[in-house]
Design a binder for this molecule. Structure first.
Ligand SMILES: Nc1ncnc2c1ncn2[C@@H]1O[C@H](COP(=O)(O)OP(=O)(O)OP(=O)(O)O)[C@@H](O)[C@H]1O
Ligand SMILES: [Mg+2]
Length: 271
């Protein structure tokens, strides 16, 4: 099936919306039967930090080529969801399927090799390394140095500010530039699925617009994106679908175009 047909079918199927108040989320979407389109599927996931139950009974899926957003208040479990996918934390219970493989018990580096990149909350660039070194670090799993050099060039084309600052220490970049570097570094592993945690946090509106246009650009290039954002309005404007997390549970999910007009979402997250 052609990519265009896949995308248009996706758009028809993603309109299902369901609400769940008791954290006993039922995976009722008809897309469940269309696994060939799913790049990621999380089933009945629980994550604990010691005695704290950070995630309970999480069920979500992402189709190839989608931008899916995860919104929720502070402490809702958004970062933990991304950490569970990139294997920074191990689930207590549940299953994570990626491209038809069970990755629930894989190690973090294996998951990167399989095509998942995590751009973390707070950017976490290596402050005392140059922009170039940070990018090379993102390519640590790759052995073809010619390809790596070409991809660095590609990042510089996408992020001209980084090109001008390639020999500058990352710690001396502005917040927006550090965010761009964090995204570019994540892209250096050539991910099929990019996990983006709060890319707009603390940035001026013009830079936020720039970052969001980069996200749209990446989607146009075929990168599937799971976007965590406190700016729910912006996130829902560019996403295909969204999930609302409350105190470790998914309470609402559906097409972004429906969530953005949902009274509960408006009241709680769109101010
Ligand atoms: N390393 C940790 N040790 C113990 N508890 C943690 C740890 N990390 C997160 N938690 C707890 O897990 C819950 C979910 O945290 P998480 O960081 O996933 O939330 P979040 O939705 O990303 O919040 P924010 O919007 O503030 O980034 C919170 O109650 C938090 O206190
Ligand atoms: Mg977080």
């Amino acid at each position: 099936m052609s990519e265009i047909t896949q995308l248009s079918l996706t758009r028809i199927w993603v309109t299902t919306k369901h609400i769940n108040h008791k954290c006993t989320q039922m995976n009722t979407d008809i897309l469940n039967n269309k696994e060939s389109f799913q790049i990621l599927e999380i089933k009945d996931l629980y994550v604990n930090y010691g005695g704290i139950e950070a995630l309970q009974n999480i069920n979500l899926y992402i189709n190839n080529g989608e931008v899916v957003t995860l919104i929720g208040a502070n402490g809702a479990g958004k970062t933990t969801t991304l950490r569970a996918i990139s294997k920074i934390v191990n689930p207590r219970q549940g299953k994570i399927m990626y491209s038809g493989r069970n990755i629930t018990r894989r190690q973090a580096h294996e998951v990167v090799q399989l095509g998942i990149a995590h751009c973390p909350e707070g950017r976490r660039v290596l402050a005392r390394q140059t922009v170039l070194d940070n990018l090379l670090l993102g390519a640590y799993i790759r052995s073809n140095q010619t390809e790596v050099r070409n991809d660095i060039q590609q990042q510089f084309e996408m992020f001209p500010r980084l090109a001008q600052r390639r020999h500058q220490l990352a710690g001396t970049l502005s917040g927006g530039e550090q965010q761009m570097l964090a995204i570019a570094r994540a892209l250096m592993s050539k991910p099929k699925l990019l996990l983006l945690d709060e890319p707009s946090l603390g940035l001026a509106p013009t830079i936020v617009r720039e970052i969001f246009s980069i996200i749209q650009n990446l989607r146009a290039r075929g990168v599937t994106i799971l976007l965590v954002e406190q700016n729910a309005n912006l996130a829902l404007q560019i996403a295909d679908r969204g999930y609302v997390l409350e105190a470790g549970c998914i309470t609402l999910s559906g097409a972004a175009s429906e969530l953005i007009t949902d009274e509960r979402v408006k009241k709680a997250y769109l101010g």
